[in-house]
Design a protein around this ligand. Structure first.
Ligand SMILES: [Zn+2]
Length: 252
């Protein structure tokens, strides 16, 4: 299948996953080798479970201070060149005649910064399946206001994931508090985001010393929001927990 970019098709795949109690993984890439490794693993798994159109999402960050993956994509160290090549690689790898042509592959722009990524936000959003609009370095109220404005403008073109917490200093050890269910539902209602990323104690925000996935908080949030939660920093969650991620995040 060619890339799944159309908003409705992307939402259909995520809705189906929610109904079937699946979690769709997003793996970020910053070079062709990683992109191919992700697709190879997805293909192998699709054969094992006999689901040729297995959904998988491949992400990339842009001007994100922790890691600017589009910049690292080429030796030009130019984000726009990197991003165009990332898209071109994916188009070829999911196109006709590729071993990966039957997979349902989606493209995610990760941690897109409301300020430094302004030039990227001017691009055609139909080139991507979804975007994380990240204004979490601002106050919670400003974050909501800017995310709502972005969704108002582009929400019909692309699936939008919002960052539902407030960080004091994204570059240092200072981290945000865990997202509360009240914050999550307020954020969701006021921004109209399709999905929300909550701070649940994973590597997304916490530093290595105090990583802990707060499944209890995920359940409390899902109780109010339904299956809208996106978990970041999942590589810091133990294998046993990852296996049951969605069941753990659902209200008991
Ligand atoms: Zn994150």
């Amino acid at each position: 299948m060619p890339l799944i970019l159309e908003r409705k098709k992307v939402l259909d795949i995520y809705n189906e996953a929610g109904q079937k109690r699946w979690v769709i993984p997003t793996f970020n890439s910053e070079n062709l080798t990683t992109t191919e490794a992700i697709l190879s693993a997805a293909l192998e798994y699709s054969i094992r479970i006999n689901k040729p159109d297995l959904p998988v999402t491949i992400g990339i960050t842009n001007q994100y201070s922790h890691r600017s993956q589009s910049v690292y994509y080429t030796h030009t160290r130019k984000w726009d060149i990197g991003l165009k090549l990332f898209l071109a690689d994916l188009a070829v790898l999911t196109g006709k005649g590729s071993p990966f042509e039957k997979l349902n592959v989606m493209i995610h722009l990760d941690h897109t910064q409301w300020d430094s990524d302004r030039p990227l936000l001017e691009w055609d959003m139909n080139l991507f399946s979804m975007i994380m609009y990240d204004a979490s370095a601002l106050s919670f109220e400003d974050n909501i206001r800017l995310t709502a404005a972005f969704i108002e403008k582009h929400g019909h073109e692309i699936v939008v994931e919002g960052a539902c917490d407030e960080i004091v200093d994204a570059t240092g050890d200072t981290r945000s508090d865990l997202t509360t269910p009240e914050q999550a539902i307020k954020y969701l209602n006021e921004t109209k985001a399709d999905f929300i990323v909550a701070n649940l104690g994973t590597e997304h925000r916490a530093s290595a010393a105090d990583l802990k996935y707060h499944g209890d908080m995920a359940r409390a949030i899902s109780k109010l929001t339904g299956t809208k939660l996106v978990l970041h920093g999942t590589s810091s969650v133990g294998n046993d927990q990852v296996k049951n991620l969605l069941m753990m995040a659902l209200p008991r």
